[in-house]
Structure formats: C-alpha cells, structure tokens
Design a protein around this ligand. Sequence first.
Ligand code: LHQ
Length: 259
Amino acid sequence: MPPVLVSTVDGVMTLTLNRPQKLNAFVREMHGLLREALTQAESDAGVRALLLTGAGRGFCAGQDLAERDMSDPNLDLGGALEASYNPFIRRLRALPKPVVCAVNGVAAGAGANVALACDLVLAARSAAFIQAFSKIALVPDCGGTYWLPRLAGLQRAMGMALLAERVPAEDAERWGLIWKCVDDDKLLGEANALARTLAAGPTHTYGMIKKALYASPNNTLKQQLDLERDLQREVGRHGDYREGVAAFLQKRKPAFTGR
Ligand code: LHQ
C-alpha cells in the first residue's frame, strides 16, 4: 500500500497519510506523493476541495526520526524543510480551493503543524496536538511559530513550544487552534460532509477568501480594505456571483461552477 492514498469523489480529493504502524510519520516517499497530488489538485478543475486525514490511530507523528542518518556530518534539517515541507505548506495555503483536515488521532511535530496549515481543521475528541520538537531539541517548524501565536496567542504558543505537552482536541478547539472537535465516530462523516459542502460552493470565491484572510494579520486596515475592494471587484465579475444572486431571487439552490 502506498504511504499516501489519494482518491477523488464528488469534487473532493482525499489524501490519507498511510503508515499507520508508525503513526503516519513522514518519510521522503510521502512528500513525493503529496507533491504529485497537490499538482493535480492545483490544475484539475474537477478537484474543488481537499481533505487531509490519517489512517489508523494517529494523524501524523511528524518527521520519521529513523529516516535521517544522524552520523552525517553535513546533516541539514533546514535543507530538508526547504526541499519538502516548506513548499508543501506554502502550496496548501496558496491553493485557491478549501483544504479541510480531519485529525483522527495524535498530531505531533511537523504533523501538528501540517494540520494547522489547513483551512478548516476538525479533530476527533480523542486526538491531541503536540509541539513535540523541543523534546528532541528542535524548534517548531512547518509554520508552527507563525500560526501558534496568531491562533492561540503568544502565551499558549510559548507553553506548547517549550513544554511539548499534549494539547487535547477539546482544548485546541477552546483555544481557537482548530475549527471543531467532534466525537471520534463522527469525525470522518463530518469532515467529508464539510468538504463536499465546500466543493459544491463558489470555489473561486473561496480562493479569494483564503487570500484575504491569510493576508490580514500582516496588513494595516487600509491595506486590507484595498485588498477587499480588489477581490470584491474580481468576484463581482465572476459567474458564481451572478448565479448566487439569481438563485437567491428565484428561491432555488445555486449551482456554482467555479467558472
Ligand atoms: C515514530 C515516530 C516518528 C518514527 C511514532 N518517527 N517513528 C524534523 C526533522 C527534519 C526536518 C523536518 O522537520 C522535522 C520536524 C519534526 O517533525 S520533529 C518531531 C518528530 N516527531 C516527534 O518527535 C514525535 C515522536 N513520537 C512521539 O512522541 C510519540 O510516538 C507520540 C506522542 C506521537 C505517540 O505516542 P504513542 O501513542 O505512545 O505511540 P508510540 O510512541 O508507541 O508510536 C507508535 C509507533 O510509531 C512506534 O513504533 P514501534 O515500531 O515501536 O511500534 C514509534 O516508534 C513510531 N513512531 N512517531 N516521529
């Protein structure tokens, strides 16, 4: 079985991290498969939303710690980030389609921060987020130092990063790290339903919403108002806006095409 499973149904491309015996810890082959899948998601108009989850009892335990040759005098973890993790994070954030993450179990290290890179994160009640890095004397990566303070505030970010403790899904929801915590047996059903709802929505506009919200923390109000003006101008000329208004006036469900 490949270490990442990819399937597309009803406009939703599901990526399942699939090394359950190692809690889906990342190995090189997985990065290659994720790259290919994202390339397809970017170019294929039939893919209108992405769903990322893990097989088995874990979501992802981060980098596979057995993969690196620790005796290599030229060991360059920064190089590893730049070659695989960082482009993946950037592409997830820039993808003009919604990305839902279903955190089915523990999400540790890079696994936690890949989850937090997704647009909407659902987690099973039994799942937990662990900024495991400092336990092995590393700093949080994959965007952790960017989103933790922005999502949860500096103090909680600092606590998570320094102490590397388990943050249960319910706390993660309360802290604003994730969208929702759901009962374990409901997770996949809810995540699928959410992804399908988004896939049937105005995907072009969703891309613009991502752009606006992800730019927001670094913008002034003036810059953000200008950005909203420009994006609204663009979506106002799009077929989905016409369809949305027509459907409202005709009291029917809109049929968005993203074109
Ligand atoms: C694993 C792993 C793992 C290998 C569980 N590797 N086998 C680093 C370097 C380079 C560039 C990019 O960035 C990074 C960032 C990182 O991601 S560094 C952080 C890496 N991750 C961790 O430090 C987490 C390590 N894992 C754990 O602390 C625990 O496994 C957690 C708390 C996640 C889960 O604990 P348990 O539920 O008790 O499960 P377990 O420890 O028994 O794990 C199950 C199996 O999975 C076990 O294998 P085995 O053959 O003995 O049954 C573990 O060895 C294996 N595993 N994480 N990262």
